[in-house]
Design a protein around this ligand. Structure first.
Ligand code: GDP
Length: 322
């Protein structure tokens, strides 16, 4: 069994690769919900939806969000009526939000709704929200505190970020399947996907109990860098690092996860950083453009985990002492 910690686009790409090189039911994808928000009366979980659409083959791979077979009558009509259109909701996507919202209002948990909708969409791996409790990422910017989607979508990540906050995280309980899997002797690896550390992975790590359970987990923890040659493939990861006073690099991401990491996969382009990284580094092609890229990177991660497990058997664990 493998656990993958994921945000949206970058994480979902590697989760898809993993799901294609192992029995999908043995993969547990734990997804950030700090991006979740309420909009037009709907409960929207962007990272869960990106992961679900990606794993079911329904995702729009060009834009990186939403579905590939989308139509836009709802948005066009909203626009004509003078409604809010800054958050694009395609017609088919809308059905998912309407159905989720209805079921949450009927008292079902986010994880129960997610599990059932994923099954209906044909998602193989188990997908669980990091928590069923509300957590909302907020950012302190040059425009003041902004809700996540206000920053990310409405203002296109343009405001300068100086601080982040995961509202509700302190009172949230991690998803029980996540904590149980971390203690399962069958667990082979925890993979921190190439997601934005600040807004996709750290909200998961901010939930009380998660860090301790990761530290105690016997399987190796391996991250894949979302930064290649000082740049993010997509999104504000590198921009945020600069604004937060950090050098945008693969090494900086490793430092964010410092005490957790046994292994770290970085791009060949970042070979010079190996010496500065305090984990067992594997060099790889980490840009996932094709399906083959996703599968190849997933195989490298799984093999790196196997190597770490073998080293541990010989008393050569790199760093984290459970
Ligand atoms: P979001 O919630 O949709 O922003 O998605 P994530 O946090 O999961 O992913 C954003 C991060 O994924 C960015 O830092 C990107 O650089 C990274 N990313 C996207 N595609 C790739 C890829 O093919 N390879 C690697 N290594 N990183 C990627």
């Amino acid at each position: 069994m493998i656990i993958a910690l994921s945000g949206g686009v970058g994480g979902a790409k590697l989760a898809l690769g993993l799901s294609r090189i192992m029995p999908p039911e043995d993969l547990l994808v734990v997804v950030n919900t700090g991006d979740d928000f309420e909009h037009l009366g709907l409960s929207i979980s962007p990272d869960i939806d990106t992961v679900a659409y990606t794993l079911s083959g329904l995702a729009n791979r060009e834009v990186g969000w939403g579905r590939h077979d989308e139509t836009w009558s709802f948005m066009e009509t909203m626009e004509a009526l003078g409604g809010d259109t800054w958050f694009r909701l395609g017609d088919r996507d809308l059905a998912l939000h309407v159905e989720r919202t209805r079921r949450l209002r009927n008292g079902e948990s986010l994880s129960a709704v997610t599990a059932d909708l994923c099954r209906r969409m044909g998602v193989g791996p188990r997908v669980v929200p990091m928590t069923d409790d509300p957590v909302r990422t907020r950012l302190l910017t040059d425009l003041g505190w902004l809700d996540f989607q206000e920053y990310f979508v409405h203002r296109r990540c343009e405001p300068v970020v100086s601080q982040l906050q995961f509202q509700g995280a302190g009172a949230a309980k991690p998803h029980p399947a996540f904590i149980a899997a971390l203690a399962d002797p069958a667990l082979e690896a925890v993979v921190i996907c190439p997601s934005n550390p600040f807004i996709s992975v750290e909200p998961i790590l901010a939930i009380p109990g998660v860090r301790d359970a990761l530290m105690a987990c016997k399987a190796p923890i391996i991250a894949v860098s979302p930064i290649i040659a000082g740049r993010a493939v997509k999104g504000p990861t590198a921009k945020m690092m600069t604004e937060l006073g950090m050098d945008p690099s693969a090494g900086t991401v490793a430092q964010r996860y410092a005490d957790l990491l046994d292994g770290y996969v970085i791009d060949h382009a970042d070979m010079a950083e190996v010496v500065s990284i305090d984990a067992r580094v594997t060099l790889a092609q980490t840009l996932m453009t094709t399906m083959e890229d996703r599968e190849a990177l997933a195989k490298i991660v799984v093999e790196a985990a196997a190597t770490l497990r073998r080293r541990e058997m010989h008393g050569l664990r790199h760093r984290r002492v459970p």
